[in-house]
Design a protein around this ligand. Structure first.
Ligand code: GLU
Length: 299
């Protein structure tokens, strides 16, 4: 096992954590502990229209109550705008980005989507502005010029994955029309800046991985390894999310949340006496799984 494991949890403060985000936090925390690594906390608060006042404090409190203690200072993306600007300037000097004058509506109307992109729920950008803005058009967003080819990677839970980013997604936005740095850029810049070696997160972000890897490579960063955990669904089969009004965690019963999250990861409830004991036992069970097939095929 590498000694220098650095993991992270990167919630968006658009509301308190719910069970779905707790499961992702538990997986990333236990994986960091199992590797004797550090576990960093990053608040992804760039999307200001979606940021809810007070949510960051609640998230920190929730993690603390669940016994998930982060290393070092909490990083707030909203305080790092100049760092994203510097990455943007690098991409510009590499001719890897270009301004795009298309509106969402135009993109939606112009493409039907390939099978792969429909599966991922994406509509690939047709490349309208790739070779220059059409006459009379002003740049709104900035897009990354996706190189041709397939990005393949090994997910530590799901096994070998691949995506042709150009076909599935097309040139993607790194600076939004409203001037906000896109998630894809910020996550790549910050994972590199924080020295993250291992990303453990929910499967809803699996389709972003190839995009992030190609962007990281273009910027000359090393690419973290990934492990995507299955999503938690509600009773009607919808992903548990803030958009679907998932209930915030009930912090009066932290052990119940940990046990439930652990079960949702496919493990049996642990017989433990307190939270510290939970983490000790969960870590040793996880280590056993790691030694068997590197988690691949866990369920
Ligand atoms: N901020 C993202 C979210 O809350 C997670 C980003 C990541 O783990 O890459 O969904």
């Amino acid at each position: 096992m590498p000694l220098s494991y650095v993991g992270r949890f990167a919630p968006s403060p658009s509301g308190p954590l719910h069970l779905g985000s707790a499961v992702a936090a538990v997986a990333s925390y236990v994986d960091a502990r199992a590797h004797d690594g550090s576990w960093l906390l990053r608040i992804e608060d760039l999307d200001t229209p979606r940021v809810v006042t007070g949510a960051t404090d609640i998230i920190l409190q929730q993690l603390y109550t669940l016994g998930m203690y982060w290393d070092g200072e909490v990083l707030h993306q909203s305080r790092r705008l100049n760092i994203y600007q510097a990455a943007f300037d690098t991409l510009l000097s590499l001719n890897s980005i270009y301004p795009c004058g298309c509106t969402r509506r135009e993109i939606a109307d112009s493409v039907s989507g390939t099978l792969e992109s429909q599966l991922y729920g994406e509509r690939p950008y047709p490349g309208t502005c790739r070779h220059g803005l059409p006459e009379g058009r002003q740049g709104l967003s900035w897009r990354f010029r996706v190189p041709e080819g397939v990005i393949a990677f090994k997910d530590r839970w799901l096994g070998r994955m691949e995506q042709n980013v150009g076909q599935a997604v097309g040139d993607f936005v790194i600076r939004r029309a409203d001037g906000i740095w896109a998630y894809q850029l910020a996550v790549v810049v910050d994972d590199a800046a924080q020295g993250v070696t291992d990303v453990v997160r929910g499967e809803d972000l699996l389709s972003s991985t190839a995009r992030q890897q190609v962007l990281a490579s273009t910027l000359g960063y090393s690419v973290p390894s990934v492990l995507h955990i299955p999503l938690v669904m509600d009773k009607s089969g919808l992903k548990l999310s803030k958009q679907n009004n998932a209930a915030p965690l009930d912090l009066t019963r932290p052990m119940e949340i940990l046990q439930k999250s652990w079960e949702l990861l496919g493990f049996e409830r642990l017989k433990v006496i307190n939270i510290e004991d939970f983490w000790a036992q969960a870590t040793s069970v996880w280590v056993q799984r790691l030694s068997r097939a590197n988690l691949h095929g866990i369920n």
